[in-house]
Design a protein around this ligand. Structure first.
Ligand code: S3P
Length: 440
């Protein structure tokens, strides 16, 4: 276990790239494996979550050649070429791996078991198990089907295409059903209550599948085959978000974050911060391999409190605790609604954000579906804990940069799940950040 010691107050400055997008990296491996040829992936996120996906696909017989940490080739085996694994498929801490993989495994002619860390085994899986069963899948979980480990048996007859209205806006559930839909006897339609990230649909289209979007309805026709593709993974906007908010709240900061993914399903935080009066500009906007990319130029500016809810929430689901932190530094109160999903992420991000930020003196109050935040808060350094959640560790580090005195973030090595080199990145940009062994 590692502790980060952060001395607050140092302005951040300079230009930097963040690691590759986690969602796109997972999908490049899962879908690349199903193509008929070799899929080249550049900008891959060499983080623990995505490496879990790599390990699993290798154990299913897929050749994955690492040319360097971020550059690899996935030797696709086609839709029907996966091999029965020798043991359980270990998703480690990665909810994306488990939920997407469950959709893929239910279409195979062999049985499998999907397992993961104790933390992952408490997260809700009924959201995929229940619709997969409607498709005729044979899948069951622990605790009445609701949690991992998940047991999958080959289906007695081909999966059925279904029309499924998701009760919660979840890209993981949508992607799971589209992956199962690759093996169905007719079209699969998913209706989403809000605009969730669409990387699965984009990549499937790029591999030749017929995926239609009609408003909130996404329909996949089961393809005969998928061809190989080239995935140029952009910088992860969810990782850039930590640097962006740090620049917004630490006086004197100015950053240029290069080559960040700007898919509109992911840019809710930029819109929310602009609504608060932030100094953020997008430069060099372009399209790379089907995804919007650009540079975020961000400077410190006084922020105004505001209210957030509705579709904007889905477009920044992983960034909401950061928005709450920004609100605590703004003039006047703020409110974040419609965010009950935060309770079932890597930690209960409503409760843990409230409790850990309170140690630094922030008035970020959890509600049933989000936060009520008092603005104008002067943060003071304190000892805080990541609770095993990579995004909570990074949130608390950013809060530490804006606080008076020293903040110690315990359990900070978990940042490697999605942002390897996070602490070093802050230090390169001028933050006073030192990595060390765990505090007692
Ligand atoms: C992800 C979707 C989101 C997000 C997660 C990654 C994905 O989860 O929180 O970090 O890659 O599809 P939900 O779709 O469950 O909201």
């Amino acid at each position: 276990m590692e502790t980060l010691r952060i001395q607050g107050g140092a302005a951040l400055a300079g230009g930097i790239r963040v690691p590759g997008d986690k969602s796109i990296s997972h999908r490049s491996i899962l879908l690349g494996a199903l193509g008929e040829g070799a899929t080249r992936v550049t900008g891959f996120l060499d983080g623990r979550d995505c490496l879990a996906t790599v390990g699993i696909m290798q154990s299913l017989g897929v050749g994955i050649e690492r040319h360097s940490a971020a550059d690899l080739t996935v030797h696709g085996v086609g839709l029907h070429g996966l091999r029965s694994p020798d043991g359980p498929l270990d998703c480690r801490n990665s909810g994306t791996t488990m939920r997407l993989l469950s959709g893929l495994m239910v279409g195979q002619r062999f049985a499998s078991e999907l397992t993961g860390s104790p933390q992952l085994c408490t997260r809700p899986m009924d959201r995929v198990v229940s619709p997969l069963r409607k498709m005729g899948a044979s899948i069951s979980g622990a605790g009445g089907g609701g949690t991992a480990p998940l047991q999958v048996e080959p289906p007695a007859r081909p999966l059925r295409g279904v029309k499924y209205a998701m009760p919660v806006a979840s890209a993981q559930v949508k992607s799971c059903l589209l992956l199962a839909g690759l093996y169905a006897d007719s079209a699969t339609t998913v209706i989403e209550p809000g605009p969730t990230r669409d990387h699965t649909e984009c990549m499937l289209r790029g591999m030749g599948a017929n995926v239609m979007n009609e408003g909130r309805r996404i329909t996949l026709e089961p393809p005969q085959s998928l061809h190989e593709t080239h995935v140029a993974v952009p910088g992860d906007p969810s990782s850039a978000a930590f640097l962006m908010v740090a620049a917004c709240i630490v006086p004197g900061s100015r950053l240029r974050i290069l080559d960040v993914g700007l898919n509109p399903t992911r840019t809710g935080l930029v819109d929310a911060l602009l609504q608060m009066g932030a100094d953020i500009r997008v430069a060099n906007r372009r399209e790379v391999a089907g995804e919007a990319v650009g540079d975020l130029v961000v400077g410190y500016a006084p922020l105004r409190g505001s209210e957030f809810g509705g579709d904007l929430i889905v477009r920044m689901i992983d960034e909401l605790p950061l928005l709450a932190l920004a609100c605590s530094q703004a003039e006047g109160p703020s409110r974040i609604r419609d965010a009950q999903e935060l309770k079932v992420k890597e930690s209960n991000r409503i409760l843990d954000t409230e409790q850990q930020l309170a140690r630094l003196g922030a008035e970020v109050h959890g509600t049933d579906d989000g936060f009520e935040i008092d603005g104008d808060c002067r943060l003071r350094g304190a000892r805080v804990d990541s609770r095993g959640d990579h995004r909570l560790a990074m949130l608390l580090s950013v809060a530490g940069l804006a606080a008076l005195g020293e903040t110690r973030v315990n359990g900070a090595d978990v940042t490697d799940d999605s942002f390897p080199g996070f602490a070093d990145t802050l230090a390169v940009l001028g933050g006073t950040v030192v990595r060390g062994p765990a505090d007692d």
